[in-house]
Structures are given as C-alpha cells and as structure tokens.
Design a protein around this ligand. Structure first.
Ligand code: SAM
Length: 222
C-alpha cells in the first residue's frame, strides 16, 4: 500500500489488496489496534458497553472483534467481498447475507457476534440504511479517501453520528504526493480543516519507518 497504487474503484481495491495479493494486505494488523485498546474509554467515556459503533472501510480488521467483545454493536462498511469473507473465515465465524437498498449493499450478519458488515460504498451509507451511531473507529478510511472527496466523506460520517458522538481516528502523515494514490498524507491540520463540525484533539503521535501516525479524538460539536 505504501508503494503507491492509484485505487479509485471498488474493483481496483478488491483486486489489488484482496485478490491479487499473495500475502496479507500491508495494512492488516494481527493484533487489535493499540489506538483503539488504549482509547476505548475516550471513544465511549460514559457508555462503555452497549454502544453502536461504526467502522468505515473496515477491511477484515480484528478491531471489530475487540469492539464486539467489549459488548458493543459493530457495523462495518467495506467494498471488498473477499475481505468480509476472509474476516469470517479467519475468526471462525459464520454469517448470513441479504440484499439492502435494491442491491446497493449486501449485508453480512455474523451469527456468533454482534457484528454486521455492509458490503458497498461508504459514500452511499445513510441513517435510513444503518441507523445512527454513538461512535466510530476509523483507521484507514479517511486516510484512503481522495482529497476531492474528503468533504463528502466527513459529511457522511457526521450524518451517521448521534448528538455528542465521537470518532476515534488513526491517520498517517507520509510526506508524499497525492499522485501516489492512497493512503494519502494527512496532517493534524488537514483533520481539523476537513472535520469542521468536530472538536479535534490529538491523543498520540509517533513515527514508524513510513511516516508519522496520529491518533486523535473528534467530538461532534453541539
Ligand atoms: C487501508 S484499508 C483499512 C482497513 C481496516 N480499517 C484496517 O484497519 O485494517 C482501507 C479499506 O477500505 C476499503 N475501501 C476503500 N474505499 C472504500 C469505499 N469507498 N467504500 C467502502 N470501502 C472502501 C478497501 O477495500 C480497504 O479494505
């Protein structure tokens, strides 16, 4: 992913990371994200169990397992059917599927845990389809969005949150041109400029070999 691919369509994402790849996608973590485990109580300061949590561009992240095991209702959205099927297979879970909104999404309902994943485009998600959320965990969704679509991305996430909702956001600053394709380099300033309806606070900043990683909490303004 960090080598640079122009990924714009559902088919390109699915093919590049979920079909062609002979290894796990580079963004795939074996363990739960530290940003989530360490800041679960910042995302849900009052209601530590029983919240509805949105995971946009979820891939097959095990963070959904963490959230479900913390007794939340987890709703993911993901382009790639392969990722959703692998998520279930890797975690020994079974599912049922149904068509939603005339085929705009396929809904995967996990039988053993409180997880639902909509296969489709995050930009097409509405409260009519999936309801509203107490919080969202976003690692790699906002960071994968082309600059020209970031305002739309932020509007959709905002529309899905209840009053007082929060987003726990993990992003990367890579210091490379937009032309390289996703992930796009994102600074704390970009986050504050794009998520205008939120109060943005940095929780942690550190560097790895690819760049600077920010964890931040975004609180929806009243
Ligand atoms: C960088 S990965 C992050 C995956 C996951 N959040 C994680 O932490 O492992 C981005 C994921 O978003 C998916 N994706 C990209 N654009 C999307 C869109 N518009 N709608 C739904 N999923 C999308 C890709 O297929 C990919 O699985």
């Amino acid at each position: 992913m960090l080598s640079g691919n122009i990924l714009a369509t559902k088919e390109e994402w699915e093919q590049t990371y979920w079909i062609d790849s002979t290894t796990e996608p580079i963004f795939q973590r074996k363990n739960f994200s530290e940003s989530l485990v360490n800041n679960h109580n910042v995302l849900f300061p009052k209601q530590r169990i029983g919240s509805r949590v949105y995971v946009p561009c979820c891939g097959k992240t095990r963070d959904m397992i963490y959230l479900a095991d913390m007794k939340h209702e987890v709703i993911g959205v993901e382009y790639a059917k392969t990722a959703i099927e692998e998520f279930h297979r890797d975690n020994s879970l079974t599912y049922t599927t149904s068509d939603v909104e005339g085929g705009a999404f396929v809904l995967y309902c996990t039988n053993e845990k409180n997880i639902k994943i909509y296969q489709g485009d995050v930009f097409s998600m509405t409260t009519e389809i999936c309801g509203q959320f107490d919080g969202a965990f976003d690692r790699g969704g906002y960071n994968s969005t082309y600059p020209s679509r970031r305002n739309a991305y932020c509007s959709v996430v905002r529309s899905l949150l209840k009053t007082g909702g929060r987003i726990l956001l993990e992003t990367r600053q890579l210091g490379r041109p937009v032309a390289c394709g996703p992930p796009f380099s994102m600074t704390m300033e970009d986050i504050a400029n794009d998520f205008t309806h939120f109060d943005v606070s940095a929780l942690k900043t550190y560097e790895d070999e690819h760049g600077v990683i920010y964890t931040s909490i975004l609180r929806l303004k009243a």
